[in-house]
Design a protein around this ligand. Sequence first.
Ligand code: LLP
Length: 404
Amino acid sequence: MNYINNKLSFDNKLIDSIAKKYGTPLYCYSFEKIKENITNFKKNFKSFSPLICFAVKSNTNIKILKEIKKFNIGADVVSIGELMKALKAGIKPQKIVFSGVGKTTKEIEYAVTKNILLINTESKSEILEIEKIAKKKRKIINIGIRLNPNTDAKTLSQISTGKKENKFGVNQKIFLQLVSYLKDSKYLNLKCLSVHIGSQILNHKPYENMLKVIDKIISKSNHKFEYIDLGGGMGIDYEHNNSKLNLKKYSKNIQKFLKKNNSKIIFEPGRSIIGNSAVLITKILYIKEGYKKDFVILDAAMNDLMRPALYGAKHRIMPSKKTKKLTKKSYEFVGPICESTDTFSIVKKYQKLNEKDFLVICDVGAYGTSLASNYNVRPKPTEILIKGSKIQVINKRQKISELM
Ligand code: LLP
């Protein structure tokens, strides 16, 4: 993203031209950025060559999945739909892990017929259900158990998953009971210990604490885990103030852990691969004066990008044309939906804007379109991918007629 003669461009394409050509609201992805993120991720963890399973929930666009797959990346899925999409994108079953607290019988059966790498279980009841299916199918199934390490990820409470009050994983006592139960199982092969303590983590300390907990429980369990699945959660710099997770430190801590525990590491990153690779281009419909601030009413809304409404998440907003004149009052950027939470942010001292101007909402590649809905019978937006000099439409705007 940069301004050339005060005009904003993304991956060398002028925002205004793209917006006019494809219409708004518009999701626009950069292949270069995805590539850079994957290369960077791999480089940081090169010393132990982990299996990287992209968290499909963060972005379910099949064209994006196909691009990511080309980098020899697997998938972390949480539903039969995600599993089918990953397979359709050409991701090999032996690179797919299935996570989630409530897999249905149908979902487990489907995963078993596809011979995926691992089903990461989250309760004794689920293990018994998988065992029943395995017996019926006379098949040995490879599973993991997700541990709830009771580690504070120091992130938003809504996206924290590894504390004792969270529904995810099993506690340490049950973990050990399940390990010993599985020692005698004829049909289930316990291959993996999995964890995922939360999302948008910017500090390496929670990961360090998590690794200590895992290390201890492995010693206690007296079981050799072929895989340790550390989940995802690596945060990105939404605020654009250089707050980054120190991947090098995380990597060093894992190397230390691996000296004692010789297992293959699996990661399930979503946001760190795709988050900063996309922007949402939107047009200003109206600007109206409120009591104390001015409302900038956009054609993008919470149905297109849910994160601010759902978590109070912050996304930087940039004008497509830069000017020097500043507003006297604050601007509140809002969508047209009939909800007071349909608001993106309040900014003081923004440059003066005009109706019909285009704006860009940054870092929407993860949990942008995948969380989008048709609320207020609003069609989901077009998505485009910039790859080199080419622009590809990777999802067409829904037609209102499809929603009738
Ligand atoms: N693995 C598991 C088991 C997960 O539950 C998640 C995310 C991931 C991996 C990927 O985490 P990531 O690397 O993307 O942080 N909608 C929220 C995020 C919810 C994350 C849910 N689980 C948001 O917009 O911030």
